[in-house]
Unconditional design. Structure first.
Length: 730
């Protein structure tokens, strides 16, 4: 059913149409709108505006999406302007998550641009009384092939007018062999401004008459408000207001340093109680909870196979809570007026967040205009949505625009964490060293607690005296729990925990990195027990040719030499290499990583000297952009593997700064060598998360190759390495 005509200028996106389409969107961001004007506009000056409900989180998708549009529309890359994550102008595509932007928004924009090109060609053919096959397009100008002086531009045909067309299901797309923009390393459009210090991030945003807000948080999520003495800040210059609603307390001042001073000096009394397990008891606590079980895979007769196995192995792997540790703490700006609420936030989900903010303020969602502005990368859910909630509440209280900048401690304590997990494996080998049985169990809280409603936000929880939101569904721990190896008998079970001691939500790859760490570490243990080279062992059970190609490409780049498991010779500076393979979500991008490490066996310190990563994400849009993502993935996941672990006691989180939550330093970054496997005939898949899943296992396997010590608990700190070395020696 066609939509009614829109305004003459297709840049004017009606909020009503956005909200109506928004109610029809899929949960993970596959926009259902097929109205061409929702995706593209041809402007009077010949430029093209493309609209995406996805947002730029530092992965370079703004550039890649513009390349896709430029390619299908036959215009230069420089002509395409992207508008992203604006609830009045862009489609509702849910969240920018799951490495799905290129696959979902990219596909929608590709179809829209291809259809627009066909419409424009038909218009030109009619105007010039020519046949379609006699026309060609060069940078937005349609001309006769034999008489190029006869031409008409897109701007002349359409500039400023809407298409008033739906995008059909079967759009004729360009053949990949003709691409001139897609597949090239177009420079990222956002980098020059960032490098030259131009305002680029939400932290840079300033509005006329804007005030500054800071939060006075409870010492812990379970603390209760007792009393507050506002006179303790009465003499601070520029203080506008102290705002309190339940346990939510904030201060607003004319200048940022005044707000900081007021937040530090405001006297508030809280009552704390012990609500967290002891850190040494964390994994026992997780395992002791009631679970909601989901049998993901049950192939063959696993129980009988184990009984008949010549060798059985058991291993348990542990993943702690991880912080996003965004280099810049979260920030947001809000301007709450009677008839209009405008919010600027670095949220990955503008539409879902606007719904949550509407609930928080108890106003119709149509009153909220939310615009995404880049912030510090999170690759999941850090504190950005919560900062936006803080800003709207404080702006509502004072009637002026308010900028809320979280402190470093705010970010570490109050952002959602990557959930802690326990992975238990059992494997069986026959007399010839073949895998005959595989049984996998993962115990995890849900990895999704996105801000769908007011109670999902810290501000809403503090106002209502809650310690967290509870979802009726669990998601994320099943990601990469099954392997892609062909075993005759295998079983995979996810055990979802009802509660998480710490607030947890989406983190890069959800459970993909944790499950791959366990699966690929255990594959190494089986290979060692079978006396088979680790690479050869994996290839033995991989039937998919693209999967095999990725592993072989990494091995070739790394110069892998077949060798048996560690033979028991321990050196002071031990060298080793390890391999890990992952097929993200079991059907997305394929990755193989090889780590080369040096282990100081006296101190337990691990130095990763080289990482080789082979990566297949189908059709590559921007090779340099993909390489950037792989490098970032590798560095971040290496930091998680070697150093990161949220510390807490019975009362509160103790990781509050870079000393108590160290991350990888520049001098510790290894050489990262990348092999890209391009498949132009295949769909373009995301690169934002896949190469994060294989790092930890590759490093753990390399440590074993160097020392004979198995590391089954992240992070691989010197203390844990020394304990593992002692066990290996015994």
């Amino acid at each position: 059913m066609a939509k009614p005509d829109k305004q003459a200028n297709s840049e004017s996106k009606g909020r009503q149409s956005r909200r109506e389409s928004g109610r029809r969107e899929a949960a993970w961001g596959q926009a259902l709108t097929n109205w061409l004007d929702d995706w593209l506009a041809i402007n009077p000056d010949g430029t093209v505006t493309a609209f995406s409900g996805k947002v730029e989180l530092g992965t370079g998708v703004r550039t890649a999406l513009a390349q896709i549009v430029a390619e299908e529309l036959d215009v230069s890359f420089e002509r395409v302007q992207m508008v992203m994550g604006d609830t009045e102008r862009t489609p509702d595509e849910g969240y920018t998550a799951g490495s799905m932007t290129i696959n979902s928004s990219g596909s929608a924009l590709r179809n829209a641009a291809a259809h627009a090109r066909q419409l424009l060609l038909k218009m030109a053919a009619k105007r010039m009384n020519a046949r379609l096959q006699d026309l060609t397009v060069q940078d937005g100008v349609i001309m006769l092939i034999q008489h190029p002086e006869r031409k008409v531009s897109y701007a002349e045909l359409m500039g400023g007018k809407p298409f008033n067309q739906e995008v059909p299901e079967n759009v004729v797309l360009k053949d990949a062999s003709t691409y001139t923009v897609v597949g090239t390393s177009s420079p990222r459009a956002d980098i020059p401004g960032k490098v030259s210090g131009q305002p680029s991030f939400i932290q840079d945003l300033r509005l006329p008459g804007m005030l500054h807000g800071r939060l006075v948080r409870p010492p812990s999520a379970s603390a209760e408000f007792i009393s507050m003495d506002e006179s303790s800040v009465a003499d601070i210059p520029g203080l506008v207001k102290v705002v309190r609603d339940g346990n939510f307390i904030g201060v607003v001042a004319e200048r940022e340093e005044q707000a900081i001073r007021a937040a530090e000096r405001l006297k508030v009394e809280w009552r704390e109680k012990a609500s967290l397990p002891r850190m040494p008891d964390l994994y026992t606590t997780l395992r002791s909870q009631p679970t909601q079980d989901n049998l993901l895979l049950d192939q063959g007769d696993t129980e009988t196979a184990f009984k008949q196995a010549a060798v059985q192995l058991h291993a348990t792997y542990y993943q702690p809570y991880h912080a996003h540790a965004s280099i810049g703490p979260s920030c947001a700006v809000a301007d709450v007026k009677e008839d209009q609420i405008t919010v600027w936030a670095s949220t990955p989900g503008p539409y879902p967040l606007s719904n949550a903010l509407a609930q928080l303020l108890e106003v119709p969602v149509e009153k909220i205009h939310l615009m995404h502005v880049e912030g510090a990368g999170s690759y999941g859910q850090n504190g950005s949505d919560d900062a936006a909630a803080d800003a709207v509440l404080l702006s509502q209280a004072v009637g002026r625009p308010v900028r809320v900048q979280w402190s470093r401690q705010d970010e570490f304590v109050w952002e959602p964490k990557a959930p802690a997990m326990v992975m238990e494996l059992q494997g069986g080998l026959d007399e010839r060293g073949n895998v005959v049985a595989w049984d996998y169990h993962v115990y995890s809280p849900s990895h999704v607690a996105r801000a769908h409603g007011a109670d999902d936000l810290v501000a809403g929880q503090l106002i209502r005296g809650q310690t967290g939101s509870h979802f009726g569904f669990s998601f994320g721990a099943e990601r990469n729990a099954p392997t892609n190896y062909s075993f005759p008998n295998q079983r995979v079970t996810v055990h979802y925990l009802a509660d998480s001691p710490l607030r947890a939500s989406s983190f890069r790859s959800l459970g993909g990195a944790e499950n791959t760490f366990a699966n690929e570490s255990f594959m190494d243990e089986l290979a060692a027990a079978a006396g088979v080279d680790a690479l050869e062992f994996r290839l033995r059970y991989l039937e998919d040719e693209r999967a095999r190609e990725v592993l072989k490409a990494a091995a070739g780049k790394a110069g892998w030499e077949s060798h048996p498991a560690w033979q028991g010779k321990l050196e002071k500076l031990a060298q080793g290499r390890g391999v890990a393979f992952g097929w993200y979500e079991n059907d997305q991008a394929l990755v193989a990583s090889i780590a080369e490490v040096q282990v100081d066996t006296a101190s337990g310190a691990v130095r990763v000297q080289r990482m080789v990563v082979a990566h297949d994400c189908g059709l590559i849009i921007n090779p340099d952009g993909v390489k950037n993502q792989i490098e970032g993935n590798t560095i971040q996941s290496l930091s998680r593997a070697l150093k990161e672990e949220v510390q807490f006691d019975a009362y509160r989180i103790k990781s509050i700064d870079w000393d108590t939550y160290p991350i990888l330093t520049f001098s510790e970054v290894p050489d990262v060598e990348i092999v890209l496997l391009n498949h132009p005939d295949q769909p373009a898949l995301g690169a934002g998360e896949p190469s994060a899943i294989t790092t930890a296992a590759a490093v753990a396997n390399a440590i074993y190759d160097a020392t004979g010590a198995r590391l089954r608990q992240i992070p691989f700190t010197p203390e844990r390495v020394k304990v593992a070395l002692q066990s290996a020696i015994r």
